[in-house]
Structure formats: C-alpha cells, structure tokens
Design a protein around this ligand. Structure first.
Ligand code: AVJ
Length: 334
C-alpha cells in the first residue's frame, strides 16, 4: 500500500476560524441603509453564493480588463516578484476567493524551492475549503493554513505568526475602500510585517471614462445582474418584494474623486415591502441606492497610499496596455 506513506491532502490542511470577528448583520444594515435620507447598501453583501458566481462571470467579460491584465502581469513577472522576497517566505493572501491567480505565484515559488506554506484569509468558509482542497490536490508540496475571517480578525491572527511572508492583496480589492480607509487598512497589514516581508498589491489605474464605464456596465448585462442581486438577496433572505424590472443598474466615472460610483435606480415611484423587517420603503421615480465605489489610482496616489501606511513602493509592474498595476511594497523602518 504505497499510499500509506504519502502525506494526504487532509494532513496538509489546517482550517482556522479566527475568533473575535464581529459578524456582519445583513438585516440591521439593510434597515439602516434603506431608511437613510440618501439610500445605500454596503458592497460586501453583493457576495452571497449567487453574487460570487456572477462576479466570477464578470472577471471573464471582454469589457472587464482587470482580471486578465493582472494575470498577464503575474505570469510575466512571478519569478522577479519572488526573487524580491525572503527565500523561505510563506504566502499569505487577503481575500483569496477562488485563488486562481495564486497558482501563478505558487508555480514560480515551487520552481525555486521544494515546499511552500500558503495562508489564505477569506470571509467565505466554503470558498476557502473548496479552493484549498483544489490546490492541495494539484500541489503535493504545499501546506495550507486557511483562515476563515473578515480582514480585521485575519490581521489580528496574522500578527501572532512568526513566519516571514509575502502578503498578496490582488484584484484591486483596495478599490472598494475610500482612500482614507485603504491607508488605515494597510497600516494594519504593515503592523503584521517584519522588515524583510513584502506586500504585493494589485491596483487598477485611472484611465479614460469610456473604458472605465464599459468595464462596470457590460453589454451582456452581467454587471447589472451582479448589482441587482443585492435586491434579489433582500427578497430571498428578508422577505422583500423588490420587482427587479423596476430598478436599473447605473455606473458613472467620477473623475474628481477618481472612482466609479455604482447605484441602483428606481425607474418609478413605488413602495417596497421588506417582510422580515416589518418595513415599507418608499422610492421616488429616479431615486437611487448607492451600492459600491471602485477607486482607481495614479502612480502618485499609489505611492502616497504606501507612505501613509508606513511603506514604500519598491517595484511596480504593468500589463502591455498599461491599464493595471501590481506593486511590491516594503515596510519603512520605524
Ligand atoms: C472586487 C472590488 C475589485 O471594483 O472592480 C466589479 C468589484 N463591481 N464589477 C471592482 C466589481 C462591479 C470589483 N472589486
């Protein structure tokens, strides 16, 4: 039985549920957001099973260049990226999701060394388990410690680890944060890093209105379905009676603030009932619910962000069309 000697995938997987996480409260946030003078819903609720599947579809859209551009950069420069990190560094990933892009980094690492520790941190436990098992099946030399946690709890857990590390924060996930929130979050990441650790951050760049607005309002209507899924989720989980045909997805590039602004607009005056909240929500014709910001950066803004977090941009790579950036950040001493 040669199998008895093999280290099984199970033995190479540890799943940690980081404690102290304040679980987000969909019902309370929907009530607060839809009774406010300016209606809003937090973008983290876009990602239930339905929304996560739609987001995967977005990543393959012709208009949504971000995923392909980042993948191109990682494929072209993975060796160089790893050469800039401690040779024994563990790989940490914030918001790992399906961890598809991570494979490029893992391949490059394993061409230089025999084993690798991967520590994905993600809010979705099911996504973590699924992506971890897939990786373990394909990479016998990889050991995984998967942390099911929101960012804050994940960082708290990371602060207690002693491994040297390369932290991955890909996909321009920084875009959902305001610039102030992004700096605060990165200071938290900085606090987990020792001097030789590095942060690899994928950041979408400022560009023309036409390219940006198409990326967030594709011809096939997938982004619209992704957006409106927020209302469908309220219907499913909170007994809402939103008629999705009477709402429209709107996205607009705000050049001054450097962000795409995504809203859901009520096409007519109407009252929506949300049963579980015992709440009636009135809408004027044309009234909007703000659901998501997607911030874009110039090179100077990326450097400013790094500095504000006590780090410096050590290296930067772009795709061939110069639409997207991958940045290697090093902690500043002190
Ligand atoms: C996951 C935040 C990177 O802002 O491009 C895509 C989310 N929303 N299309 C982005 C999103 C609509 C995405 N991020």
């Amino acid at each position: 039985m040669p199998q008895a000697l093999a280290v099984t995938a199970e033995e190479r997987l540890t799943l940690v549920e980081a404690d102290g996480a304040v679980p987000s409260d969909f019902a309370a946030d929907v009530r607060a957001g839809l009774t406010a003078a300016k209606k809003r819903l937090p973008c983290r609720y876009l990602y239930d099973a339905e929304g996560s599947a739609l987001f995967e579809e977005i990543c393959a859209l012709p208009e949504y260049y971000l995923t392909r551009a980042e993948q191109e950069i990682l494929e072209t420069h993975a060796g160089e990226i790893l050469a800039s990190c401690p040779p024994d560094a563990a790989l940490v990933e914030l918001g790992s999701g399906s961890a598809k892009k991570t494979r490029t980094i893992i391949d490059a690492a394993l061409s230089q060394r025999s084993t690798l520790r991967y520590m994905p941190i993600d809010i979705s436990r099911s996504m973590l388990e699924e992506s971890s098992r897939a990786l373990l099946a394909d990479y016998p030399a990889v050991e995984i410690t998967a942390i099911a946690a929101e960012y804050r709890a994940g960082l708290r857990w990371l602060r207690r680890q002693r491994d040297s590390k390369l932290v991955l924060w890909l996909g321009s996930n920084v875009g959902n944060f305001s610039r102030t929130e992004a700096a605060r979050f990165l200071r938290g990441v900085r606090a987990t890093m020792s001097p030789s650790d590095r942060l690899l951050m994928g950041v979408d760049l400022r560009k023309s209105r036409a390219v940006l607005e198409a990326a967030y309002d594709d011809a096939a209507g997938v982004t619209a379905r992704f957006s409106l899924n927020m209302l469908a989720r309220i219907n499913r989980e909170l007994g809402g009676n939103f008629d999705l045909d009477t709402f429209a997805h709107r996205s607009r590039w705000n050049e001054r603030l450097g962000r795409i602004e995504i809203e859901i607009e009520s096409r007519v005056a109407q009252v929506v009932r949300i049963g579980a909240l015992r709440l009636n929500v009135p809408f004027r014709g044309g009234e909007k619910i703000y659901t998501e910001s997607s911030y874009k950066y110039s090179f100077v803004e990326i450097e400013r962000l790094a500095r504000a977090a006590g780090m410096v941009v050590e290296q930067r790579w772009l795709d061939g069309d110069k639409r997207f950036s991958v940045n290697l950040l090093a902690p500043l001493s002190g």
